[in-house]
Design a protein around this ligand. Structure first.
Ligand code: R5P
Length: 294
């Protein structure tokens, strides 16, 4: 096996390669003056299973094209199989038709990746796992929520209340609760499909004076966490923390979240950022090991 270090996930890819004791292959990449992407593999993948590590956080279109070009280069250079590790899978939130005339973006992206030469894919906390069933190649999802919860447990937040910002994410709060050993609950979230504005309503739980950690898959604009923190403070919460797998933190999201009374934001290196305090490397390395032996 060879680990190919996509430019968006060089550090994560290097850590995975070290944990697996396999040779990393660097990628030279550049952007032409007209904005087109260029990639070149700087090592051999001939006869190997090539594993490309490339997240597709913003600028997602550029990173998706780079991933497709790397897959093409790997196949042309004799890789016998190409697996993509895409910790943050862009476009996964447009997984159905919400308004007439839309595309199902994630299905179009999956077909594009298949055409480029990708034979299988591993992602982390994809927005809806069932979208992977529609992929034209085997695609698996792994959860980094236990790792995030472990981080908080080690910080001394054992038995903190794990909160999901919407009902659909209750499984996330349940995974965190298993590690933290406290309680869990969820809020009712509504998003206006035209304006993107988020509103939340409290659920059936008591958080008065308690430490609450809001767990979500993604923090993008921060609107969800800000709305959730506001409700929690109205309910007389003790301290509020926010945890997510993919800290996109668009614009001034981090500042707005802190201003909403959140003590700390913790994310993973799915999207490298100042809040990426938990690495996905051990989780992905373990998955690759099992994948190889299985
Ligand atoms: C959506 O349902 C996701 O699980 C996240 O809650 C959402 O993407 C967060 O976005 P934002 O930070 O913009 O509210």
């Amino acid at each position: 096996m060879k680990i190919i270090l996509g430019s968006a996930s060089k550090e994560l890819g290097t850590r995975i390669a070290q944990l697996l004791c396999v040779e990393p292959v660097s990628v030279f990449s550049k952007t032409f003056p007209d904005g087109e992407s260029y990639v070149r593999l700087e090592g051999s993948v001939e006869g190997e299973e090539a594993v490309i590590v490339q997240t597709t956080s913003p600028p997602q279109d550029v990173r998706l094209i780079q991933l497709a070009l790397i897959a093409d280069a790997a196949k042309r250079n004799g890789a016998k199989k190409v697996t993509a590790i895409v910790p943050y899978l862009a476009y996964a939130r447009q997984d159905k038709i919400f308004l007439q005339g839309e595309a199902i973006s994630i299905e179009a992206i999956a077909r594009m990746l298949k055409a480029a030469g990708i034979d299988s894919l591993i992602t982390v906390n994809v927005h809806q796992e069932k979208v992977l069933e529609k992929f034209p190649f085997p695609a698996r999802n792994i959860s980094a929520i236990p790792l995030l919860a472990e981080h908080f447990k080690e910080k001394g937040l054992k038995e903190a209340f794990a909160l999901a910002p919407d009902k659909g994410a209750i499984y996330i709060a349940e995974q965190a609760m298993k590690v933290l050993g406290g309680e869990c609950g969820y809020l009712e979230k509504h998003r206006d499909r035209y304006t993107g504005q988020v509103s939340v309503e409290k659920g059936e739980f008591n958080v008065k004076g308690k430490t609450v950690i809001i767990f979500d898959d993604i923090i993008s604009t921060g609107g969800t966490i800000v709305a959730a923190a506001k409700i929690l403070h109205e309910l007389g919460v003790g301290k509020v923390y926010a945890a997510c797998v993919h800290p996109l933190l668009v614009g001034d999201a981090e500042k707005r979240i802190r201003e909403a009374g959140v003590e700390e934001i913790v994310g993973t290196d799915s999207v490298p950022s100042l809040v990426s305090k938990v690495s996905l490397a051990p989780l992905i390395a373990k998955e690759l090991k099992e994948f190889q032996s299985g």
